[in-house]
Design a protein around this ligand. Structure first.
Ligand code: K1U
Ligand code: ZN
Length: 195
């Protein structure tokens, strides 16, 4: 996992690159887009291969997710329309999963879980998803991988893949709940802008 040294004044971090701790970059977390920003609805493009440019994005996404803090992040949340997600559900935050072009190839069962979203801060709601999933993707080293999983990881992967399609967890809620959340978010955004 990239370790970081905080410089609180500027919010820049010294980040050791994942798998290459001898390579250190100064990085700033990406700004996270908030609902109802229309850019969250843009579809993503698949990446041809995971090269150094993509790995640089992965490293910065991981920093952004850990700083937020969160357990997942998809590229559209930081205004990048590429099919990239990072996830780390480990307690020590040292087991990141980097997935490019993730695709669910099999799913079964149903599981309801109270979800949150870094793009909809302060809102939590129950969403029903598949309980067991199999996912194919390219990993940090451009290797094709297949993961079969359940529990929180399966939920988080489905939530992040939705982001890649411009879909948010609030879309699973009733119209009235969505309207309330939208109003609350716009009010919060106004307050933070004037503060
Ligand atoms: O995609 C995102 O916005 C990240 C989101 C992932 C997620 C959480 C719960 C269910 C499904 C998907 C978050 O990380 S929200 C924050 C969060 O859950 C959390 C934050 C700190 C510690 C533990 C969890
Ligand atoms: Zn989210």
């Amino acid at each position: 996992m990239p370790t970081k040294t905080a410089n609180r004044k500027s919010d820049f971090f010294l980040v050791e690159h994942f798998r290459h701790p001898d390579h250190v970059s100064v990085m700033e977390p990406y700004p996270i887009l908030h609902y109802p920003d229309p850019r969250l609805r843009l579809k993503t493009r698949t990446v041809e291969r995971v090269d150094d440019e993509i790995r640089q994005i992965f490293d910065r996404m991981l920093l952004t997710m850990h700083e937020a803090p969160g357990i997942g992040l998809a590229a559209p949340q930081v205004d990048i329309q590429k099919a990239l997600i990072v996830i780390d559900i480990s307690e020590k935050k040292d087991q990141p999963l980097f997935l490019a072009n993730p695709k669910i190839t099999a799913k079964s069962g149903h599981k309801t879980f109270e979800e949150g979203c870094l793009s909809v801060p302060g809102i939590y709601a129950e969403v029903e998803r598949a309980e067991n999933i199999t996912v194919t993707a390219l990993d940090y080293d451009n290797n094709p991988i297949e993961i079969t999983t359940d529990g929180l990881l399966a939920i988080c992967i489905q939530h992040e893949i939705d982001h890649l399609k411009g879909k948010l967890f609030v879309d699973y809620l009733s119209r009235i709940k969505q309207q309330r959340i939208r109003k609350k978010m716009l009010k919060m955004e106004k307050i933070t802008q004037t503060a």
